[in-house]
Ligand binder design. Sequence first.
Ligand code: GLC
Length: 432
Amino acid sequence: MAFDERKFQDIMGEFSATTEYLREVAQNFRQDLQLGLKDVSSSSMRMLKSYVGLPTGKETGEYLALDFGGTNVRVLRYKLEGDGHSKVIRYVAEPLIREGEYNYVGKGSTQVQMFDFFAKLIDDTIEGDRDTKFYLGHTFSFPSSQDDLNNAKLIVWTKEFATEGVEGEVVNDLLLAALKRRGINNVKPVAVINDTVAVLLSAAYKHSDIFIGSIYATGHNTCYLEPTIHDAKGFGKGGMILNLECGNFMKLTPNRFDTAFDQKSEKPGEQRFEKMVSGRYMCELFGMAIAELLDEDKHYDGLTSVDMSMIISDVSADLEKVAEIMSNKVGHNLELGDLKKIQELASAIVIRSARLVTASYVGIIWQRASGGTIQPQHIAVDGSVYEKMPLVQENINRALSELLGEDAAKVDTILDNGGSGIGAAIAAAMAV
Ligand code: GLC
């Protein structure tokens, strides 16, 4: 079959984001920040206080880091050496789902199973040592409310997590209880931070001129240093880092695929921005648009963002990889013209994502500049979509230029690989 040209153009139009529209999104984002700074209930974002500012770069010592926020959990033992240097001494990582063996994140799984699993991984990392005193920083990448650096309570699961008994609980209390059950009394959790905060701490440990940290991966979220908020304990002289939870940003226009997917997601009405831009969701939108092109009333949910990445990267004359993925995952052997359209569609979804994410960064840059001069700065980003998805970085740069004009020369994004682990160790060092 050949796809209907009009229908294809219509779908492509749904995924376009003009400069004018991006400017509107950036302005709305800034306005939402301003509203939230006055009264957080009037912003669509949670704007959660992290009770931490930027590190000095001089933090030293050995710390444990528990990094949990996606389908893999990692425990690391770090040595912070100061001057932005650090070493990994030990590293343990396991998936939270092993098909046919266990699933700690799906419906029916419990907090005891999940946190006992974390305690086991911590035990593996300290190699059964019950004597040395360890301080642990915990990167917990879900919206949590806290009133100090350690007491983070999970507000609500995101990213389709559904483990029972964690929402509403103080996560380090659950961790401490699990450590006790395992007979580990020498590991003390002292800090909980979001992964965006971890990326910002990690990048700021090494470089100056960093005020924004972001995750662009399975999920999407950003934090920044807000100069007007200070903590009574004197944390963060340059201000406090706010975890925006901007995956929940609402002031933008979803297209019909965004709306239809949201309706069937685990939590309809929530995380609307994240559902338009992050890796967990772009492939869902892609699957839905493909079904429409094929005139089928199906939801192709077997496609992943890695498939999209391979589809976009296929430079072969007959689009072999695209054909293979369409045949294996969608069950159709498409002609070349249609394969080209599939490739264009995947690109359009990714480009829209990169452009919208950039608009959110620009909203923060404008807010920090408060109408004055934009400071030269790097935006620290970590995550598979940013690192590996073709078209993303070049489209971020393009959108920065469209929105900032000459000032774009002052701003760039840098990859902070693994920041979500080391950031937890830095937070632990700052806490003790
Ligand atoms: C989701 C979480 C957020 C996290 C982001 C990236 O949006 O709610 O806390 O930072 O995913 O992992």
